[in-house]
Design a protein around this ligand. Structure first.
Ligand SMILES: *[C@@H]1O[C@H](CO)[C@@H](O)[C@H](O)[C@H]1NC(C)=O
Ligand SMILES: *[C@@H]1O[C@H](CO)[C@@H](O)[C@H](O)[C@H]1NC(C)=O
Length: 283
């Protein structure tokens, strides 16, 4: 079974939305599919020195912080995430506009020092279709006011257009499930590392009828629920480059030999600047 690595709202997470019944149902479904050995990204807590200043957490509610998806800061006012995350937010909060973005977080139980910004514009790729895993799972958010850049909050570097990261080492960070019996998403940021697989290498590992899209890549990072939208990055001495956005995988999540599928960011560089241009023309 295929699934988007969306955030399914978990028991114990503060929630002020009218849609809890529906979310509980999806939670039940998800939990049943997760096997005991399931592990987000091979789970290892990220250290303070980790280069994660571009990482953000999206909350399903504007009243209480409840993680649903992650994303990456690509500019003072811009965040890149997965389109399936927007669908999830829309379902639970009716409107994405007005929802908060949390930056500068590592331990999610400590939001005191987070930079909290408000989404005032959200745009998912027009060809994204939640029933088609191979469709472009990418969305751009504009936040207000802009982030204050410093040691804890900063932008990730976008790749060159069509840059190929196949066989390169990549790292992913996320707060998704770390255990099958976990009742909440990870509080402490987790990190996992794996080689980027090209589309061909990925097809070899996935079932024959896989709906893998031509603008998707994989890595054996063992992502799980709550990791949706999380960045897959290539860390170099010159900085951190955004390779992918966590999109989907097969259940049970976190199985060895079943790579996680990512939106290939280098294929959407023009799309990103087109959306930003449209925003500035309209505003
Ligand atoms: C989304 O995909 C499904 C399944 O392929 C299809 O039936 C549906 O018409 C698509 N929706 C849109 C808006 O294209
Ligand atoms: C990655 O490695 C595979 C197998 O070793 C090789 O066939 C392929 O050309 C490599 N791709 C790149 C972009 O280096």
């Amino acid at each position: 079974m295929k699934f988007f690595l969306l955030g399914l709202l978990l028991i114990g997470v503060a929630c002020a939305t009218p849609n809890t019944a529906a979310l509980r149902q999806s939670l039940t479904k998800a939990t049943r599919n997760i096997q005991p050995e399931a592990r987000i990204i091979g789970g290892e807590p990220a250290t303070k020195s980790s280069r994660t200043s571009y990482l953000i957490s999206l909350s399903i509610s504007a009243i209480a912080y409840a993680h649903v998806c992650a994303g990456a800061i690509i500019g003072k006012e811009w965040v890149l995430t997965a389109a399936h995350c927007l669908e999830e937010l829309k379902e639970s909060a009716t409107d994405v506009i007005g929802l908060p973005v949390y930056a500068g977080l590592q331990d999610r139980s400590d939001i005191e020092n987070a930079q909290i910004r408000t989404i005032d514009f959200a745009f998912a790729h027009k060809q994204f279709n939640a029933s088609q895993e191979g469709s472009p799972d990418i969305a751009l958010l504009h936040v207000t006011p802009g982030f204050e850049f410093g040691a804890d909050v900063n932008a990730v570097i976008l790749p060159y257009r069509n840059e190929d990261y196949a066989n390169k080492t990549s790292v992913t960070y996320g707060w998704g499930l770390t255990r099958r019996d976990a009742e909440q998403y990870a509080k402490q940021l987790q990190v996992g590392s794996a080689q980027v697989l090209s589309e061909t290498q990925c097809r070899e590992q996935l079932p024959e009828d896989t709906p893998l899209g031509s603008n998707q890549i994989c890595a054996e990072t063992l992502a799980c629920f709550g990791d949706g939208g999380s960045p897959l990055v290539h860390e170099t001495l010159g900085g951190t480059e955004l390779v992918g956005i966590t999109s989907w995988g097969y259940t049970p999540c976190g199985s060895k030999g079943s790579p996680t599928v990512y939106t290939e960011v280098s294929r959407f560089i023009k799309w990103i600047s087109d959306v930003q241009w449209a925003y500035y023309v309209l505003n």
